[in-house]
Design a protein around this ligand. Structure first.
Ligand code: P6P
Length: 552
């Protein structure tokens, strides 16, 4: 039954026993020394069922597991009925129970493979056709602005899932981008974000894409209104808005009220979660930047992973493997965070993207049945592109007091093989070395041997690396649209699997509402801050200080 407390599962109790009795013996140096076949046992190669060139290796041998522990983790997946819930998701059942909605981002990249009886699913193809037609019209120069010039700049105005996906993908696939077209992404309500962007724009050649599932998000509508005012200050006549503003939304009424005609609207549906929406109309900016053919490859890459997730046996199922490893550390080792470390500068926004994807999905503390959990749920997701992270926070990761499981990702081939690929070989040498250092560390004996007999005790101790810090390594041939699609879907389905095991609803986001309501209340009072009422002394004191200093 959905929404059960994870601790009720017998598999959970078994895992707790295994942790209690085994964790002191789970030393990677020993596990590898005892079993020369360890890498062979704990790696999986993914090959897309649709396209053999979309492939990657998942090496999960540097984890604090044995075969019995791995088996017990998979038993938990079975007992939590993850496969049954997966089939409910793919069938369009309303598994987002609090909002009574289906969860069907998989339908956005389904290419009619599966018949899914949910309203709107049969319209996906026509929205994709509209995206194709419009993106090609902009890229070819056929789409003209109000003075007859082609578009050379797009500004996507959106926030959260209406921003992070397009940003991450257009950065990740920059090698495939149309280099004479500039894409900007404005998300923050801070006027600086829009002001600094508009300084770079020419109203005659700029297209604004207003991306908002609800078309009620205060930041987005305010930014869109100011962008329209900026545009009209030059274009003057409102009739010109139609050539320079399009909308991506589920809310046709609000879009037309804003002044964007319905033929300039790209629709999606309530069964597309914001943080799962880059595959939908929200991906219009992606299609314009990299071209529709590459956008379609992105979708197909994800679809291949959907088929894998739906058909692979649990012990071969990559999203399931990542999910259970995360639960092992999060719920039994007490790790609080999870690191994403892409050794690819194009993926520098990958962790940012999954901060929303993971933390807005699984940052919950009540099950679908309304029970308060007494165990950890979603981890804090963070990360940075390698090798930059090594010069920032790796000190803590290597020698700090916290256990931080990490996923390392890298392409074997760079899109930019400068200096005869010397840069890439250096990058990959670090991609290989860091997990090795984390896993096997450096013993006191090795340090003494290195420093010699005169080394002081404190110096020796400071140079010891305890190691035994777990990681996964994902290595793929090249960062292509299809590979990116598969990787994003891999993590989407990892998040889904963990949410089912924890018994929570991964697809609503009640936690973002209170702050919005309080901010609206305070906004109404900021016109006369000296009279602010109804707050604690801290909020009142801060608002009074603002009042004192808000005039230049
Ligand atoms: O796309 P929209 O409706 O403007 O929502 C933007 C973002 O705001 C939220 O915080 C929900 O309010 C995210 O879930 C969502 O992606």
């Amino acid at each position: 039954m959905s929404g059960r407390l994870a601790t009720e599962y017998s598999a959970w109790k078994k895992l707790q026993d295994l942790y209690d009795t085994e964790h002191n013996r789970l030393v990677l140096r020993d596990l590898f020394a005892k079993d020369p076949q360890r890498f062979q046992k704990f790696n999986r190669e993914y090959v897309s069922p649709d396209d053999a060139s979309t492939t990657f290796l998942l090496d999960f041998s540097k984890n604090l597991i044995t075969e019995p522990i791995f088996a017990a983790l998979l038993d938990l997946v079975r007992e939590a009925q993850v496969e049954e819930y997966r089939e409910k998701m793919f069938a369009g059942e309303h598994i987002n129970t609090s909002e009574d909605r289906a969860v069907l981002h998989v339908a956005l990249r389904n290419f009619d493979e599966w018949k899914i009886p949910e309203s709107g699913v049969n319209e996906v193809d026509q929205v994709l056709a509209h995206i194709k037609e419009f993106s090609e019209s902009v890229r070819s120069g056929e789409w003209k602005g109000y003075t007859g010039k082609s578009i050379n700049t797009i500004v996507n105005i959106g926030i959260g899932g209406s921003d992070l996906g397009p940003v991450m993908v257009t950065e990740a696939l920059k090698a495939y981008s149309k280099r004479d077209l500039t894409a900007h992404f404005v998300s923050n309500i801070d006027g600086t974000h829009l002001a600094e962007t508009l300084r770079l724009c020419d109203p005659e050649t700029t297209l604004f894409i207003i991306a908002s599932k609800t078309f009620t998000t205060q930041e987005t509508i305010t930014n869109a209104t100011s962008a329209r005012d900026w545009f009209l200050s030059t274009a003057k006549d409102k009739v010109h808005v139609a050539r320079h503003f399009v909308a991506l939304s589920t809310n046709t009424k609000a879009v037309t009220e804003f002044g964007i005609s319905s033929e300039n609207m790209f629709q999606f549906w309530d069964w597309v979660g914001g943080r799962y929406s880059l595959w939908s109309a929200i991906g219009l900016s992606i299609a314009i930047v990299i071209g529709y053919a590459n956008f379609e490859e992105l979708l197909k890459g994800a679809h291949g992973m959907d088929k894998h997730f739906r058909s692979a046996p649990l012990e071969q199922n990559l999203p399931v493997i990542l999910a259970v490893l995360g639960i092992w550390y999060n719920n039994f080792y007490g790790a609080q965070t999870h690191l994403l470390l892409p050794y690819d500068q194009y993926l520098h926004k990958f962790a940012d993207y999954f901060q929303q994807g993971d933390m807005e999905s699984n940052g919950k503390s009540v099950t679908k049945n309304g029970q308060q959990v007494a165990y950890q749920t979603g981890p804090i997701l963070w990360g940075a592109a390698g090798t930059n992270g090594q010069h920032s926070f790796y000190q803590l990761v290597h020698q700090g007091t916290k256990l931080i499981p990490a996923d390392f990702l890298a392409p074997a081939i760079s899109h930019n093989p400068i200096a005869h690929s010397l840069h890439h070989r250096i990058l990959l040498s670090n991609f290989f070395a860091q997990p090795e250092a984390l896993a096997f560390g450096k013993t006191e004996e090795e340090v003494r041997k290195e420093l010699g007999p005169n080394a002081t005790e404190p110096l020796v101790k400071s140079k010891v690396f305890g190691g035994n810090r777990p990681s996964n390594s994902i290595l793929f041939p090249k960062l292509t649209p299809s590979t990116l699609g598969a990787l994003v879907a891999l993590y989407e389905h990892k998040i889904f699997t963990q949410g089912v095991i924890w018994g929570i609803n991964s697809f609503d986001q009640m936690g973002v509402e209170l702050g919005k309501v309080l901010a609206k209340n305070i906004l109404a009072q900021l016109e006369k801050p000296e009279d602010v009422q109804g707050h604690d002394s801290s909020t009142t004191g801060l608002i009074h200080y603002y009042q004192k200093h808000r005039k230049e």
